[in-house]
Design a protein around this ligand. Structure first.
Ligand code: NAD
Ligand code: SER
Length: 324
């Protein structure tokens, strides 16, 4: 039986849908602090769970005979700077509870880290797997501590915990929850809904990104890999492509020619400036054959088709040739 925490979030909604297809809806329990929202997916089993409440976590793990946990509940980078205490409580105490519960019950665990573990002293291009991690945000600090906790529980107690350092994730089913990379999602919705977007990072800001289909695939592939192939028990670098804000505008304009983007960088610019521009994910490629399927153009096309369906506008991709 599978438990997913933070299941109503941007990644949770898509991951739960995939897990339900793979294992059957009756074998996946989606949980979140928030109540289930009718508009956002998740048709299977759902329960309330606050991951900072250890008793509630223990109760649900035992009552549902859970064997695997996908621990997604978390506070992201921008929200974490606004609410650093909450960020620490949810990201650190929540993870620590899951790991210690996993140790007692022999559970297998997936937990996502982030490119936010990197900082000012990290090489920003082709950032290596073992690059220095010296984040300047509370979110990044919780992710570094989280990675170390994961490795500690794996080495000391043999907990089978696997982790990925996600770049910015782009998707359309559930809105992003307060990160620095949210502009990449917002831009698609605003391009189709209003034709204009005020971007909160500067045009040349380049960050590593990934389409949700590949993010979900990476989780499934990593969890399916043989334990002997997992050489990294902190967290694996993974990436699909990188773009600057103005490059994304140019790609969207191929389909929505009247789209206008203005730029007003805010505090999220400073966060983005400490993160890698591109990532070296060769260790994940070697250990568990990681390989993304969507490049920037395939992602943009698919996003525009799906976002236009979601907001009720005609798809701009149908009138533009695939090779343009
Ligand atoms: P999100 O903000 O969209 O969703 C997080 C979910 O956690 C929300 O539904 C929220 O209600 C829930 N939550 C918050 N506090 C909780 C608590 N105390 N108990 C239970 N649930 C709680 O985030 P996401 O984008 O889906 O991210 C999921 C995980 O992936 C996080 O750990 C995040 O750091 C990581 N990640 C995401 C990205 C990205 O671009 N989306 C990139 C790197 C890492
Ligand atoms: N997308 C996430 C954020 O911006 C990266 O962890 O916070």
């Amino acid at each position: 039986m599978i438990l997913v925490t933070g299941a109503l979030g941007q990644i949770g909604v898509d991951l739960v849908e995939r897990l339900e297809r793979m294992h059957g809806p009756e074998n996946v329990i989606a949980t979140d602090l928030r109540a289930r929202q009718p508009k956002v997916g998740l048709n299977g089993r759902f329960d309330h769970l606050d991951v900072t409440d250890r008793d509630e976590l223990d109760r649900i793990l035992d009552a549902k005979k859970i064997t695997t946990v996908y621990h997604l509940a978390g506070i992201l980078s921008a929200k974490g700077e606004e609410k650093p205490d909450l960020c620490w409580r949810v990201n650190i105490n929540g993870l620590k509870s899951v790991l210690s519960a996993a140790q007692k019950r022999g559970l297998k665990v997936f937990w996502p880290s982030s490119i936010a573990v990197f900082g000012h002293n990290t090489p920003r291009d082709d950032t290596p797997q073992s690059a220095v991690t010296d984040p300047s945000t509370m979110y990044g600090i919780t992710k570094v501590m989280g990675e170390l906790l994961c490795r500690y529980y794996a080495e000391r107690y043999s907990v089978d915990i696997r982790s990925i350092r996600f770049p910015g994730i782009i998707s359309y089913n559930a809105p992003p929850g307060g990160g620095t990379t949210d502009f990449a999602v917002d831009m698609f919705f605003q391009a189709l809904e209003s034709g204009t977007y005020e971007c909160f990072v500067a045009p040349k800001t380049r960050l590593p990104m990934m389409y949700m289909d590949d993010a979900v695939k990476s989780v499934i592939d990593l969890m399916a890999a043989k334990s002997k192939h997992i050489t990294v028990r902190t967290s694996y670098n993974v990436t699909a492509f990188s773009f600057s804000a103005e490059e994304l505008v140019a790609v969207i304009r191929k389909y929505v020619s009247e789209f206008e983007c203005t730029y007003r960088p805010d505090f999220r610019q400073e966060i983005a400036d400490t993160w890698p521009r591109t990532i070296d994910d060769s260790t994940a490629r070697r250990d568990w054959n990681w390989k993304p399927e969507f490049d920037l153009h395939a992602m943009a096309r698919d996003m525009l088709e799906n976002v236009s369906r979601a907001v009720g506008t005609p798809s701009p991709t149908s009138s533009v040739s695939r090779h343009k």
